[in-house]
Design a protein around this ligand. Structure first.
Ligand code: PHE
Ligand code: FE
Length: 307
């Protein structure tokens, strides 16, 4: 078991969306919208050091791999200056750029609360940070995943609008009992999305950019499929929550992502899909625009960071 932890050069497992439909008890100190005070001055030197260690690891792999909007977002929000960011200060910078703020929450929050925050341009971020012995693996998204992974992309106006529209769409989807298909959209874009640029493929998904190993795997390994983004295809596709993805979906632009999702009425899609997945994570379909047909060698060796 120990070797798992050692080779898990990665944070993943759960993100808000993979726990959708779970209900939790609201801690007594949280407000009605589940927000809490970040208590930035309570972070210890060791906790700031955990952030810095994770940051340094990622910066060894992300230049030339992460999307320019992500890397620019890091500097625009001064996330490169060291230590766990103060949400209030960071939010003032972010709000000036795209109108978004980051609010602290105790951990996972219920679906309706999560969607409502996004619909109002508030990104809910866990305020706790993993322990030094959990650098590679934790079960719940912490401040590093939530802030380092998600917040830089919110400096891009089009991507930020997509996140807001997603929150509004989420609130609507609660009436259709079709969260699974909407969650797959989040998974394959916000968490594990790739984008085609003039310089080549780049990462914009938060689940990838917060993992050094998956940052390399998603772009360079022969194992996973890389398939052109197609909205319905992706909403019908099951996904792995506890291992590297078997397929990544590639957008041409954030505008494509925004337009194709905002201009489509999801109600008829939900009715057809019934909260079911028609495709397995590794499937390749005749209708796919294939950028790379994966060998699935990694998954066939048993995955979970197979040697
Ligand atoms: N257009 C979607 C609907 O009709 C809403 C949505 C927009 C969902 C953007 C996700 C992203 O429900
Ligand atoms: Fe996440």
């Amino acid at each position: 078991m120990n070797s798992f932890v050692i080779v898990q050069d990665i944070f993943r497992l759960t993100c808000y969306i993979s726990c959708m439909s779970n209900q939790f008890d609201k801690p007594a100190h949280a407000a009605d919208d589940w927000t809490i005070d970040q208590r930035w001055s309570d972070y210890t030197a060791d906790e700031h050091k955990v952030w810095d260690t994770l940051y340094e690891r990622l910066m060894k792999v992300l230049p030339g791999r992460a999307a320019p909007e992500f890397l620019n977002g890091l500097t625009a929000l001064k996330l490169d200056r060291g230590g766990i960011p103060n949400f209030e200060e960071m939010s003032d910078e972010l709000e000036a750029l795209t109108g978004w703020r980051v609010v602290a929450v105790p951990g996972l929050v219920p679906d309706d609360v999560f969607f409502d925050h996004l619909a109002n341009c508030r990104f809910p971020a866990g305020n706790f940070i993993r322990k030094p012995d959990q650098l590679d693996y934790i079960q719940e998204p912490d401040v590093f995943h939530d802030v380092f992974g998600h917040v830089p992309m919110l400096t891009d106006p089009v991507f930020a609008n997509y996140m807001k529209a997603y929150g509004e769409g989420g609130l609507r989807s609660l009436r259709h009992a079709s969260l699974k298909n909407l969650a797959a959209l989040y998974w394959y874009t916000v968490e594990f999305g790739l984008i085609q640029t003039d310089q080549g493929l780049r990462i914009y998904g938060a689940g990838i950019v917060s993992s050094p190993a998956e940052s390399v795997f998603s772009l360079e390994d022969e194992s996973p499929n890389r398939i052109g983004f197609e909205l319905e295809r992706l909403m019908r596709t099951d996904y792995r929550i506890d291992d590297f993805q078997q397929s990544y979906f590639v957008i041409d632009s954030y505008d494509q992502l925004f337009r194709s999702t905002v201009d489509t009425d999801f109600a008829p899609l939900y009715a057809q899909m019934h909260g079911r997945f028609d495709h397995k994570p590794e499937d390749v379909l005749p209708s796919d625009t294939l950028l790379h047909q994966g060998t699935q060698a990694y998954a066939n060796r048993g995955g979970r960071f197979a040697a």
